[in-house]
Ligand binder design. Structure first.
Ligand code: ZN
Ligand code: ZN
Length: 152
């Protein structure tokens, strides 16, 4: 939560969920990440994976977050597999600010058929408003390598 949000007493809905203040919502939680169903599913299966810490969005990420992202990815694939979806068919991605709805980083985990053409477009990778998890991971990895080289 930003200082401004705190000053305005504006609670973050995803922090509320992660902290267990919304009953019967969490489907998974550990020290670092939590998972819950999207309130407005765009596909047969639509889960959100969030960090427990209030990280605002993908623009706040740097190469120190690579292991956190990988953990989020693995949990997403895992939860879809529990629901009977093949790991290869799972779609994982993030909305790019300002197209994100809640400013608490959340990975969209989608499985099965999309519910409509519009929803399909909203979660289509390669669009300016949506970024694929693997692309984000590659970008951060590139950043990490670049910072290592500059330290030599
Ligand atoms: Zn939050
Ligand atoms: Zn989103």
């Amino acid at each position: 939560m930003t200082l401004l949000d705190r000053a305005l007493c504006r609670p973050c809905i995803f922090c509320e969920i992660v902290n267990g203040n919304v009953p019967n919502k969490l489907i998974y939680k550990d020290d670092e990440i939590a998972a819950f169903e999207d309130i407005n599913p765009a596909a047969e299966a639509h889960i959100l994976i969030v960090p427990v810490a209030h990280i605002r969005n993908i623009k706040s990420l740097n190469s120190e977050h690579t292991s956190l992202l990988e953990k989020m990815r693995l949990k997403g694939v895992d939860l879809l597999q529990d629901r009977g979806y093949e790991p290869q068919s799972s779609k994982l991605g993030f909305h790019v600010p300002p197209f994100n709805t809640v400013d608490h980083l959340h990975l969209h985990v989608l499985g099965g058929e999309m519910k409509s053409k519009y929803r399909k477009l909203k979660y289509e990778t390669g669009r300016m408003w949506y970024q694929d998890m693997s692309q984000l991971q590659k970008d951060l990895e590139r950043q990490r390598k670049a910072s290592q080289t500059s330290r030599l």
